[in-house]
Design a protein around this ligand. Sequence first.
Ligand SMILES: *[C@@H]1O[C@H](CO)[C@@H](O)[C@H](O)[C@H]1NC(C)=O
Ligand SMILES: *[C@@H]1O[C@H](CO)[C@@H](O)[C@H](O)[C@H]1NC(C)=O
Ligand SMILES: *[C@@H]1O[C@H](CO)[C@@H](O)[C@H](O)[C@H]1NC(C)=O
Ligand SMILES: *[C@@H]1O[C@H](CO)[C@@H](O)[C@H](O)[C@H]1NC(C)=O
Length: 467
Amino acid sequence: MRNLQILLFFVTIFVICNSQTYQPNWPSVNSRPLPSWYDQSKFGIFIHWGVYSVPAFATSVFPSAEWYWYSLTYPKDTDGGATQAYHNKTFGPDFTYQQFAPMFKADLFDPQQWAAIFKASGAKYVVFTSKHHEGFTNWKSEQSWSWNSVDVGPHRDLVGDLTAAVKYAGLHMGLYHSLFEWFNPTYLQDKSTGNPPTQKEYVSEVLFPQLVDIVNKYEPDLIWSDGDWEQTSAYWDSTLFLSWLYTNSSVKNTVVTNDRWGSDCRSKNGGYWTPYDRFNPGKLIGHKWENCYTIGTSWGYNENEPLQEYQSTTALLQAMVSTVSCGGNFLLDVGPTADGVIPIVMQERLIEIGEWLGVNGEAIYDSTFWRAQNDTADELIWYTTNTQTGYVYAISFVWPDSGVLELKAPVASTSATIELIGPNNNSILVSWNMNSNGQGINIKLPTLTPGQTPPFGIYTFRMMGVK
Ligand SMILES: *[C@@H]1O[C@H](CO)[C@@H](O)[C@H](O)[C@H]1NC(C)=O
Ligand SMILES: *[C@@H]1O[C@H](CO)[C@@H](O)[C@H](O)[C@H]1NC(C)=O
Ligand SMILES: *[C@@H]1O[C@H](CO)[C@@H](O)[C@H](O)[C@H]1NC(C)=O
Ligand SMILES: *[C@@H]1O[C@H](CO)[C@@H](O)[C@H](O)[C@H]1NC(C)=O
């Protein structure tokens, strides 16, 4: 009888927790806890793929190839005419952006192969452009007739095929979705009614049905909203959508969102914060956040981007480590070609990141930020901790020639142990002493054989008994 009472008690709690309702206002929507999978994951892959992947062009003046149509139309606001000049020369001035759509063929697209690459990179989630600012949808949207990947171009449900493969590989699947569309006539019509617009036909006829459609069809674990800045969330009806997403949708318990829900929202409303691209504050900010980052300088594939624009694996890992130490997640972008190939240089970076995480992942996944984040002004040593195991990790971007690595922040007990994490699950116990001034540790760096040397010049020390 008593057991039954206890059981009933927990069933009641369970029902209450699962029937949480959220109202369409920011205080209510913001009160929803962030599902834990997101913070635990730390590392995700961003994908920008669309009609812009056909011309695949930008210059360093305005390096975003996925903005091709906008650069073509508004050269003064973007690259001063470089895209227009390239377009005139290559395709002719009469060639419209829409004419690129049939050339978006995706004939080499193999979603299982993409998923395998993402898994090998060590990423735990994927965020794919269901629709960018050009308005072309990578699924068959009823609201985007003849301007979607099933009606033209690939003749394929790219969102559906990739979602299935990514989920099958055991990763979380997210969808990027742009609130506005540069040239959607209904949106432009709304905008012409005033500022703020007095008419919201685009929101009721296009945006809302599309958002509900991708949630119902693909059950994403993450909605990465963007293209928010021209209007406030009152125009976009963002709280109406989010209250439905969190209360009524089939993904209400797992779905995560960001903060790009209107000009009044970034770093304030929604889920985790991503106030601008490549956001990396270098300190704690009291809220979960994400650093969305590019390997080169463009989000969509840019054929005009030289090798020296692509960051090294070491540089990318350093950005990831500093991000995670400060409580952020790292979302690294790839821009596949119109054929559906992830450029080989990007594949290589991802595979190498996976190699490093294969050795050092225990300092990243499921970690939390520590008491101190970094302890040199030149950002060379960063800390994480695992509250389950009690380990504190010092991740160093340097291996001083002096043979001594000084950690300033940790306070060690005399029984503290410090190990260098090495390949093949082999860790090396290192000797250390307390800094003469009482705080800090001097690690005596061991002599390593090639087989003991961690990859990519980033070294993780696992510390026990350190405060
Ligand atoms: C491209 O061609 C159009 C149409 O002839 C012209 O208006 C525009 O100035 C050209 N742009 C450049 C940068 O040459
Ligand atoms: C969402 O769920 C709540 C609580 O169950 C319910 O009151 C509301 O009518 C639902 N809204 C929609 C749009 O289905
Ligand atoms: C940590 O790095 C930041 C820059 O990201 C720097 O401003 C700060 O001084 C560093 N902290 C310490 C204790 O050196
Ligand atoms: C390291 O250990 C983990 C957990 O015991 C195991 O799954 C993994 O295969 C090992 N890796 C190597 C390279 O030996």
